[in-house]
Design a protein around this ligand. Structure first.
Ligand code: SF4
Length: 561
């Protein structure tokens, strides 16, 4: 599993790993690589203090103590025991189950949610069919597409947890590290490999990053979660600038294709990733991400969850020091190049994730609208069959909670489009419902102050009955300030807050922000209304859109208005 000859490791790390491997061969129990406590000795040995990366145990936050007691990756035997008695785990083990992508979502639902990891959102038709089978057998008969181009299956009983993980592996998929303090699903431009505008196919790099992380146990148990994305320079945004690390493909003034490194995107904290002044060759992106991760592991805050993301380490240190520490872990120097030495990327096509589009190889892809990301098992198997029959047996998930079917020859386009409609879905651009994103909400998440998915569907229906906009807009509904649906990047963003109605009852309500965007329309939306009951929101947004239509200058977009 551990390739100690990989140039990513320093001599010091190689020695450590050699010790680890021989320890395993001698039959010792697995150490918690990366979180083994060390003794920090003072002059007086009596005062030796046990630490995790320099933080004394008595200063660690609760989650760090749980990780220190047992690595979440090692809780599978506990899961087997709990499955036997169909029991839910202890609070500590619930946290460890997330290392396997299993979330106990009580009290919203007394069951587990499985979050997969699907590198670059690329699925084969047989994998989609397999996921549909699992959602039918173990889940509620449907699955959800997420804003990290991923699939979630809900309503899993404790007795089925090991089986669902095993079946996922049999499909050639995994969920390892999709929850808790780990590197989340690696995302990529969904049209990569067939996008007429792109500079490089980034899927091989997204997959290589995915496999590198899976193979290196020391990259689990970070101070906090971590997101990585690749942008190919193609037409559809992967919202890469909302990630902790974003690799943006660019063409230099010399005509070469390379990647700009951007750091510390975290839009829930109103911050996009910023250019770090570095230009990387494609194959350098993986060791550089690995080195940044290890700097973060060694130096991130393990005492306060609210200050544990990479952003806060960089706030303390500044980007130059982070890069200095990163470079010390690499066998090659970083190339500092100003952003001006690269050509300005092509703008993205808003709602390019919908409709019929020509590919670079003469075939076509069809972007399918899957309202708030929810698909029945029947629709999943229908889509798999459409991909097999008319495409190339592949599906690409997008961060817009929908999917594309690529590789469709001209002569099959009409039949594929008709089959999508017959499956109860749509592919035609829809200026309002085509850009509605919603997090899980109160039907499945304990943090939610509102039924985001239900409200989103209703809002989309009501607004599209009234308006046919000639400019696509994005509306993001997020159930709480964790901002899983990234409300700050929506043209219109709604964040759930409890609101009292006239009778004094708590009802679904939202703070409303306006004017957000990503990539070439990058902007953090500004809060305009606070604590509005959902029942009042359709009328409020109708007034807003009417005002926009009556007062805009020519085809002025909503975000520029
Ligand atoms: Fe749950 Fe909040 Fe995330 Fe929505 S934004 S899924 S309510 S944690």
């Amino acid at each position: 599993m551990v390739d100690i000859n990989n140039s990513v490791f320093t001599v010091e790390q190689q020695n450590y790993l050699t010790g680890f491997v021989s320890g395993v061969l001698q039959g010792r129990s697995l150490p918690y690589l990366g979180q083994d406590a060390e003794k920090r000795f003072t002059d007086d040995p009596e005062e030796a203090v046990e630490t995790v990366y320099g933080t004394p145990l008595d200063e660690l936050c609760r989650e760090e103590l749980i990780k220190h007691a047992q690595n979440g990756l090692d809780c599978y035997p506990t899961m087997l025991l709990n499955a036997e008695s169909n029991s839910f785990p202890t609070a500590e083990d619930s946290f460890r189950y997330k290392f396997h992508g299993l979330f106990h979502v009580s009290p919203a639902q007394d069951s587990f949610m499985l979050r997969c990891r699907i590198a670059g959102g690329a699925l084969s038709s047989s994998q989609l069919r397999g996921l549909a089978r699992m959602a039918e057998l173990y889940g509620p008969g449907h699955a959800d597409l997420t804003t990290r181009a991923n699939v979630q299956i809900r309503e899993i009983e404790p007795k089925n947890c090991p089986a669902i993980l095993d079946e996922l592996c049999d499909l050639g998929l995994t969920s390892q590290g999709s929850g808790a303090d780990n590197v989340r699903n690696i995302t990529a431009s969904p049209t990569t490999g067939f996008d007429p505008d792109e500079l490089i196919d980034v899927l091989p790099y997204a997959k290589a990053m995915h496999h590198y992380i899976l193979r290196n146990r020391d990259l689990y148990g970070l101070p906090r979660k971590f997101n990585i994305a690749y942008d190919s320079g193609g037409r559809i945004s992967a919202c890469a600038d909302t990630n902790d690390i974003a690799f943006y493909a660019v063409r230099t003034m010399n005509g070469e294709v390379a990647f700009r490194l951007q750091l510390c995107g975290i839009t829930g904290h109103k911050q996009f990733a910023t250019d770090a002044g570095i230009l990387l060759t494609p194959s350098q992106t993986i060791p550089v991400a690995a080195a940044i991760l290890r700097v973060f592991i060694e130096n991130g805050d393990r005492t306060n969850r609210k200050k544990a993301r990479l952003k806060y380490l960089v706030d303390d240190w500044g980007i130059p020091r982070l890069l200095q520490e990163t470079e010390r872990k690499l066998t090659f120097p970083l190339t500092f190049t100003p952003v001006e030495s690269c050509k300005v990327p092509n703008p993205k096509t808003k709602h390019g994730h919908l409709g019929i589009h020509a590919q670079s190889d003469g075939k076509n892809y069809i972007g399918v609208l899957t309202p708030v990301g929810r698909l029945s098992c029947r629709q999943m198997t229908d889509l798999a069959s459409i991909a097999d029959r008319y495409g190339r047996g592949e599906i690409r998930l997008t961060v817009w909670q929908n999917l594309l079917i690529p590789g469709i020859p001209d002569e099959n386009v009409e039949a594929a489009a008709a089959a999508i409609i017959a499956a109860g879905l749509d592919y035609r651009p829809a200026s309002i419902t085509g850009g509605i994103i919603a997090c899980t909400g109160s039907r499945g998440c304990k943090y939610a102050a509102a039924d985001t998915k239900g409200n989103a569907v209703e809002l989309g229906r009501l607004l599209s009955e009234k308006f046919q906009l000639d400019q696509p807009i994005n509306i993001h509904l997020t159930g709480c300030n964790h901002s899983c649906a990234q409300h700050y990047i929506g043209d219109i963003g709604l964040m759930g807050v409890p609101v009292k109605n006239a009778a004094g009852e708590t009802v679904d309500g939202y703070n409303i922000v306006l004017g957000g965007g990503v990539d070439d329309t990058q902007a953090i939306a500004r809060e305009v209304w606070k604590a509005v009951a959902f029942t009042d929101i359709p009328a409020l947004l109708e007034k807003l859109l009417s005002h926009y239509l009556s007062n805009r200058v020519e085809n002025e977009s909503f975000i520029r208005f």
